[in-house]
Design a protein around this ligand. Structure first.
Ligand code: DC
Length: 462
């Protein structure tokens, strides 16, 4: 109601009010354009980034939030006061905020949160970083939101290792003193997902044992108000590269690793690296430039400056979509030849490493587990027989309307295997710690399930 009244006033309509009992608009009142009006961003969504600034941003590099600020008329903008009370340093302009860490650890608070019920969930997470127990009061409305939020917050905070006291209309949260790897259930509640992501910064707490990974289950529930919340968070937060999980899937040509990797990446919500596509794109560019497949120096120079860009399911070379072209058989064969050169592999190495971004990566190729990501959490090596793989490739080509001969394919494939396995640099072979998977008799779904089971076994979540 306050927002409506304020907005009416901005358009020249004065409302007479008797408290919350009656509102009167004069007959004949008309809107007058204010000339320019700023449509506010969502203050509740801003709360996560205000908290992030208070936890992790320095004065030199504050978190800047655009769209809300001193002129905002949404109730949840009062979260700024609460964050300041806990120690955040906040600078504000009419429509922006800049936030960085002030007091550390944060100051514990005891606050009536009736006026900021949604944003107060963020305070419950900030309380993990405080110097004593914090109590959020007058939050009975939490019990009748997307889920019973008091019960949900208490349960999930305890999973992390926090001590929590739950009452009918309040919540007391103690600072985190020990931490466990936790998979946070989100109850189809966007705010549970968003606020718990801020618990992932617990490595900043002094004296806590080694940081633990945090998993947010069903993260897509953020779509209710902030569909790209995690992408936004990952755009301002960085992780140690070694902490970003990687799953590698290596194997010979036509073993189905591309399909398997794509499905696994989708299931985990991770990025995907099809490293073969890099070699194929380099081969395509080399062919078009008329380079000799033995000219290692020229090929490496070309590979180093390839204007390559990956989009989900698409590959661009400069302003050309080469997604189809790189899949050609002749390009695959040429890729196999040029990839035997150490200098070409070096030239493409950094680009592959750059795919390791939050929240994680599934990488497929020949040397993902042995050379590029030797510290991967799980390494899978596919071992389908040459005959099975030739049949698969044959079916694939026929379905695309390309004529193919099974025997020729089998011979080509064996030749390619031999070359990939016998080359001096990064030969195709399973990493010592790889899980072997013969998918000759497995459906794609069964292979995906197997890999996900191995993955679950290697992650610390119950
Ligand atoms: O996986 P693919 O068929 O798209 O790969 C094409 C060629 O690229 C393959 O024959 C060998 C080379 N390659 C490589 O040497 N190392 C990788 N990590 C991926 C592919």
């Amino acid at each position: 109601i306050e927002i409506t009244l304020q907005l009416l006033a901005r358009f020249g309509v004065q409302v007479q009010r008797e408290g919350w009992r009656a509102f009167t608009i004069a007959q004949g009142a008309t809107y007058r354009s204010p000339g320019e009006i700023h449509v506010e961003a969502d203050a509740s969504s801003a709360s996560y980034f205000i908290a992030l600034g208070a936890l992790a941003a320095s004065a030199q590099a504050p978190v800047r939030i655009e769209g809300v600020g001193a002129h905002s008329i949404q109730g949840d903008i009062r979260f700024v006061d609460a964050a300041q009370a806990m120690g955040a340093v906040v600078q504000q302009g009419p429509n922006w905020l800049e936030v960085h860490r002030g007091r550390w650890p944060l100051r514990a608070i005891d606050l009536d949160c009736n006026h900021i019920p949604d944003a107060a969930m963020t305070l419950a997470i900030m309380a993990l970083y405080a110097d004593g127990p914090s109590t959020l009061r007058n939050i009975a409305s939490w019990r009748v939101k997307e889920t019973d939020r008091i019960a949900a917050m208490a349960t999930e905070l305890r999973k992390l290792g926090a001590e929590v006291i739950e009452a009918a209309d309040s919540l007391t949260v103690y600072p985190l003193r020990q931490v466990r790897a936790a998979a946070i259930h989100t109850y189809d509640d966007h705010r549970v997902a968003m606020c718990f992501s801020l618990a992932a910064f617990h490595g900043l707490i002094d004296g806590l044992s080694a940081p633990q990974p945090l998993r947010i289950l069903e993260p897509r529930c953020v779509a209710k108000t902030f569909p790209d919340y995690f992408e936004t968070l990952f755009s301002v937060a960085r992780a140690e590269v070694a902490d970003i999980p990687v799953l590698t899937i290596d194997g010979p040509t036509a073993s189905g690793k591309g399909t398997l990797a794509a499905e696994v990446a989708k299931a985990l919500g991770y990025h995907l690296l099809d490293s073969g596509a890099l070699y194929r794109a380099a081969a395509l560019a080399a062919q078009e430039a008329g380079l000799d497949a033995q000219d290692e120096a020229a090929l490496a120079a070309l590979a180093a400056q390839l204007p390559l860009r990956f989009e989900p399911g698409r590959i661009w070379l400069g302003d050309r979509d080469v997604s189809e072209a790189v899949r050609r058989e002749d390009i695959g064969a040429l890729a196999s030849q040029i990839s035997a050169h150490a200098a070409v592999r070096d030239a493409l190495r950094q680009r592959q490493l750059e795919f390791r971004r939050l929240p994680g990566l599934v990488a497929d190729g020949r040397d993902m587990g042995t050379v590029i990501f030797p510290d991967a959490t799980l390494k899978v090596f596919l071992t389908a027989s040459a005959e099975t793989r030739a049949q698969r490739r044959h079916k694939q080509l026929i379905s695309k309307g390309i004529s193919a001969n099974l025997d020729t394919l089998l011979q080509d494939l064996k030749a390619r295997d031999a070359r990939d396995q016998s080359r001096r640099t990064a030969p195709l072979r399973p990493a010592q710690d790889a899980q072997l998977l013969d998918n000759s008799a497995l459906s794609i779904e069964a292979s995906v399930q197997q890999v996900l089971v191995w993955w679950a076994q290697r992650r610390p979540f119950k």
